[in-house]
Ligand binder design. Structure first.
Ligand SMILES: *Cc1c(COP(=O)(O)O)cnc(C)c1O
Length: 379
């Protein structure tokens, strides 16, 4: 039996052509024509004005927070239900995350909780330096009310759209609403460069500064001169070539992932105790990963039993992200609310969701879960 993976890279037909071009023209160094073209083509895809291609989504977040002026002892309000890479760069800068719980509609940051918390902080005169908003599993958060309250208090909004390239919020791409947005091209994301990321903004000066910081902050001088601490974060021209090819198939990749979701939902959505992640009415999700929650009382067994049984059948599934306020490394961080994300973590499972899965693969996953239900989880 071939193993079925959670989300594996899926190359198209054009990537190698761009990579080959990089080789024949000897543009192997970071920076080069593929990088410029990838930035332009990416901007056209998401409707952003300016972009900087970097070595990872995490690097893009690090730069975004730094450009937003986040520094030692500052606070950043941040979605709690997410991958740790969202919040790590807050710590790199010596700042502190304050986590915000999810709502049940979108699984993303609850706008009401954020609004109340910022109003309270305003009265204390202790507003955070930035708000970091995640669009989880391909679904947008409810951006407008969050953007409104950030604008009212002049707090920069940074969007982590690492999982949501190809999604829409009221017809526009997530990542393009806030002051800056980031995307990831890690191997498990909707498109990949094997590793890479993108930072976007409406402000050209911000992206110029991002490129400057991402190339060791070299002052304009013939000798090497530096007045600021920089990073080595630029994307290689070879990998940007892969990204250009991948951009061409983005729509197909989204369609395939949405097809996975629909297939699972049609087959299993009626089983008592299983609830698939809702799609909020303000946008379209990419269904980067198909997620569902399992109520053990009703279904007959819990999330872990399902995960382990799938594993026995060579099928990889994963619990929903463990909320960051429950992570040992952030044990001291404040969290606003928390019960919703905690329950999603306890009950939530991500099913195999790659855009390269076959219908036979999907049926194999479905039949394991259906059999568990039919046999009252006794097998
Ligand atoms: C993958 C991911 C990142 C980090 O991206 P890398 O390219 O792996 O550094 C950040 N945030 C979220 C929500 C992610 O899923």
């Amino acid at each position: 039996m071939n193993p079925i993976l959670l989300s594996s890279p899926h190359l198209g037909s054009e990537e190698l052509r761009f990579v080959h071009e990089a080789f024949t023209t000897n543009w192997i160094a970071p920076i080069g024509p593929n990088v410029d073209a990838f930035e332009d083509e990416f901007c056209a895809t998401v409707g952003a004005a300016h972009a900087a291609a970097v070595s990872s989504g995490t690097a893009a977040l690090h730069l975004a927070l730094r450009l937003a002026g986040v520094g030692p002892e500052d606070e950043v309000f941040c979605s709690t239900l997410t991958f740790v890479a969202t919040a790590n760069p807050i710590a790199y800068l010596g700042a502190r995350p304050v986590f915000v719980d999810s709502d049940r509609n979108s699984w993303n940051m609850n706008p009401g909780l954020l609004i109340d918390a910022l109003q309270y902080r305003d009265r204390l005169g202790k507003l955070p330096k930035a708000v970091l908003l995640v669009h989880l599993y391909g679904q947008c958060a409810d951006i407008n009310p969050i953007l409104d309250i950030c604008d009212r208090y002049e707090i920069p909004l940074i969007e982590d759209a690492a999982e949501a390239l190809g999604a829409t919020y009221k017809g526009k791409a997530p990542g393009t609403f806030g002051k800056m947005g980031i995307y990831s091209f890690n191997g498990n994301k909707i498109i990949t460069t094997s590793g890479g990321g993108m930072l976007v903004s409406e402000e050209p000066t911000l992206m110029e500064k991002a490129r400057f910081l991402a190339t060791q902050a070299r002052d304009p001088a013939p000798h090497y001169q530096h007045s600021e601490i920089g990073y080595n974060y630029r994307l290689s021209n070879v990998l940007a070539g892969i990204g250009r090819g991948q951009l061409q198939v983005l729509e197909q990749r989204v369609a395939a992932r949405r097809h996975n979701f629909e297939t699972y939902d049609q087959a299993l959505g009626e089983l008592p105790g299983l609830v698939f992640m809702p799609e909020a009415d303000f946008g379209t999700s990419t269904r980067w990963l198909t997620c569902l929650t399992i109520d053990p009382e009703v279904f007959g067994c819990d999330r872990e039993s399902i995960r382990l049984t799938l594993a026995k059948h060579q099928i990889e599934s994963r619990p929903v992200w463990k909320p960051l306020h429950l992570q040992p490394v952030f044990a001291d961080a404040e969290c606003i609310g928390g019960e919703v994300s905690e329950q999603l973590f306890q009950r939530g499972l991500c099913l195999p969701s790659g855009s390269n899965l076959t219908d036979a693969d999907l049926q194999r996953v479905i039949s394991v879960i259906q059999d568990m239900y039919d046999q009252n989880c006794q097998s």
